[in-house]
Design a protein. Structure first.
Length: 533
């Protein structure tokens, strides 16, 4: 680890010196923007394009799949919600420790004899709670602060309603992909777990006679997941952290973003060297603290303006079906804005969270699928909704016009605000020194998301390039480079690239989900029987 830290410092010091050059942030953005535009146009190709509305195929695939899984599994997002909480609480841990004889008798459903069956509960590196905390830290990020603000700035209050709908449907998709992640995981000789879509796509499709398709789809997913780790899981996070830091200190330097990015890169670099166990140890402490801190602040604002809450909810529902935001076009337009931002925030369908959940200690893959149900609920239904209520209540005073010029930038008292800056302004209206508080919250959200996504990307990198130390180091240095790029580039180009990479993962992931969802049904039935016994 000492050598690793020395390498980071050796790379950072000359760049800090170079960062003093005039206009460095702008130069980085100008170089990065064409790349972001190209990726965005490729991934969000439209099946319909009107004067004001564009319907990307990837969103139709995402939402349609979530609806299918919700119906097929009998609304697991509602039906198993209580059990999900109990699994996290450890109520059913005894099931994992039960003897094979007690569960199956003389042989397993697959025909294995009790004397030869492997105790799968020995596999895994983290607990149910740690896996959930790691995965939540990857989803609960600045999508909840900046993403919600962007959704409302573009689509008006009605976008919140469709974010909630997308979050509820996404619970079913998350259940499917995380069950498969545990079921098809690999365990190394040293006990290290390797899991996620690249494994359930390749191994699952091979078991059904589609080995070549599975191999290609898994490799494509791994490439896109690496891109997602550089984009939504990294650059977008450092971008928003930089915005609030610069705003807090009124830092106008043309190299400020690059310098903040370098500091963040050094912090993240020290943490990610430890692997999933180190990440889990950090996230299980940081995530509950940061989530509670942020939720308490939101609740304070909401309860302080309790008389306006019913008006805010009414406006959100009304605008969902009769939008008035400038430039949003129609109901379809606001639906697209809401779904896009919700999908970016909770990542249901992208498959990323199954990489973290795969490391859980359990012999029942469906148990972790149930735990994963809670992610979109925590992320979108709870935290995103609270952020939205704060912003809508704040704007009852008419500080900015919903829709604006279509860029996501709004003007409050003649000053331009975007993303986390909008949320920060809303907080400042009700909480003294909230700019300090929100800066801390945004930075914590950003760092926790980055360290979780570094694990996701590294697992995909290992799948493509092997599990050697040199390959690991190359990935981690590239990851840290994107921390700097994200901090220096503009919000528009960074979020385009981030959206493109996150949503690109959906295509190969859905190949696996639609081939393998019957496996999930069998695993769920097996786990439910074990709980009853």
């Amino acid at each position: 680890m000492k050598t690793y830290i020395q390498t980071i410092i050796a790379l950072i010091l000359p760049v800090v010196s170079f960062a003093q050059e005039k206009g460095l942030d702008q130069k980085i953005d100008e170089a990065f923007q064409p790349v972001a535009d190209a990726f965005f146009d490729a991934i969000f190709f439209a099946i319909y394009k009107g004067d004001t509305i564009t319907i990307p195929f990837v969103l139709v695939l995402l939402v349609g799949s979530a609806l299918f899984f919700t119906i097929y599994f009998g609304f697991p997002n509602i039906r198993y919600f209580g059990k999900s909480i109990n699994v996290v609480r450890g109520k059913y841990d005894h099931v994992d420790h039960a003897t094979s004889e007690a569960m199956y008798g003389d042989s397993t459903p697959g025909g294995d004899t009790i004397e030869t069956i492997k105790d799968e509960s020995a596999d895994g590196e983290v607990s149910h709670f740690q896996a959930l905390a790691t995965a939540v830290s990857g989803t609960v990020g600045n999508g909840n602060i900046a993403g919600v603000a962007l959704a409302i700035a573009l689509g008006g209050p009605g976008a919140t309603f469709w974010m909630i709908v997308c979050g509820l449907l996404g619970m079913s998709t998350k259940f499917v992909e995380c069950t498969l992640g545990v079921h098809f995981r690999d365990v190394g000789e040293d006990g290290t777990v390797y899991g996620g879509p690249m494994y359930y796509i390749s191994k699952g499709l091979k078991s059904r006679g589609f080995a070549k398709i599975g191999k290609v789809a898994a490799a494509i997913f791994a490439v896109f997941c690496i891109g997602g780790s550089f984009g939504g899981g990294n650059a977008a996070q450092s971008n928003q952290a930089t915005i609030v830091i610069k705003e807090l200190f009124n830092w106008e330097s043309t190299a400020a973003g690059a310098i903040v990015g370098l500091v963040l890169a050094a912090l993240v670099g020290v943490i990610i060297i430890g692997g999933i166990k180190r990440i889990a140890q950090v996230t299980e402490k940081v995530v509950p603290f940061m989530a509670v801190m942020y939720v308490v602040a939101c609740l304070y604002i909401i309860l302080s303006n309790f008389s306006l809450v019913d008006d805010a909810i009414s406006l959100i529902v009304r605008e969902a079906f009769n939008p008035t935001a400038f430039g949003v076009g129609s109901v379809i337009g606001v639906v697209i804005v809401g779904f896009q931002r919700a999908a970016f925030s909770n990542e249901a369908g992208a498959g990323s969270a199954s990489i973290a959940h795969s490391a859980v200690k359990t012999k029942y893959s469906a148990s972790e699928g149930l735990v994963a149900l809670l992610e979109p609920f925590i992320d979108t239904v709870v935290i995103c909704t609270m952020t939205a209520l704060v912003i809508v209540i704040f704007n009852f005073s008419g500080f900015f016009e919903y829709g604006g010029d279509g860029s996501g930038v709004v003007f409050i008292d003649g000053v331009a605000y975007e993303g986390a800056g909008i949320t920060s302004k809303a907080f400042a209206q009700y909480i003294p020194y909230s700019n300090i508080f929100l800066t801390i919250a945004v930075v914590l959200f950003a760092v926790s998301t980055m360290i979780s996504w570094s694990y996701y990307g590294l697992q995909s990198w290992k799948f493509l390039f092997g599990r050697g130390k040199v390959a690991d180091l190359v990935y981690k240095l590239l990851f840290l480079l994107f921390v700097v790029i994200g901090a220096a580039a503009s919000m528009g180009s960074i979020w385009k690239f981030s959206d493109a990479m996150i949503f690109a993962m959906i295509f190969p992931n859905m190949v696996g989900l639609f081939f393998l969802f019957p496996v999930v049904k069998k695993e769920l039935t097996k786990y439910m029987k074990a709980i009853k016994k």
